[in-house]
Each structure stands twice: as C-alpha cells, then as structure tokens.
Design a protein. Structure first.
Length: 80
C-alpha cells in the first residue's frame, strides 16, 4: 500500500471507531472489515482492495507498528 491508501485506511478506522454500532469490548464487531472496505471504496474509488487479505493484513501491520512505537515512547528515558 502507498501513503495515500494508508492515510485513507487510518481515516476510515478513526471514523469506524467513532461509530458506537461497530464498537466491541476488544475492538470492532464482526463484519467490520466489510464495512471498512465500503468506507475505503468511497474514499478511493479506483482502489480494488479486498477486505481480506489486503485491508486485514494492513490493519495488523499498522497495529504492530503502533504498539512498537508506543512501547518505545513509554519505556525509554531520554527518548523524544
């Protein structure tokens, strides 16, 4: 994915997280990837991304990167 798609994905994830209908105790409700695909298609009509594997794998990667950065910022002295 390129930066444009990543930015659109993050925007869609933020939008989805604000919608209480999609919230669950441990993240999002079942079927969120299909809804996320629809949101992505609205933002990037020329994109042919599929919910699985494209969007699902990218979400997992972004989540891992987020947690790694958070870990670095929270557990280091003098960093940042």
């Amino acid at each position: 994915m390129d930066k444009t798609r990543d930015a659109a994905l993050v925007d869609c994830l933020v939008e989805l997280s604000k919608d209480s209908a999609w919230k669950s105790e441990n993240g999002f409700r079942t079927g969120y990837l299909v809804h996320l695909k629809k949101l992505m298609a609205a933002k990037l009509p020329s994109s042919s991304l599929k919910a699985t594997p494209h969007i699902e794998l990218r979400c997992k990667l972004l989540k891992r990167q987020f947690h790694a950065i958070t870990e670095m910022l929270n557990h280091s002295s003098g960093f940042g």
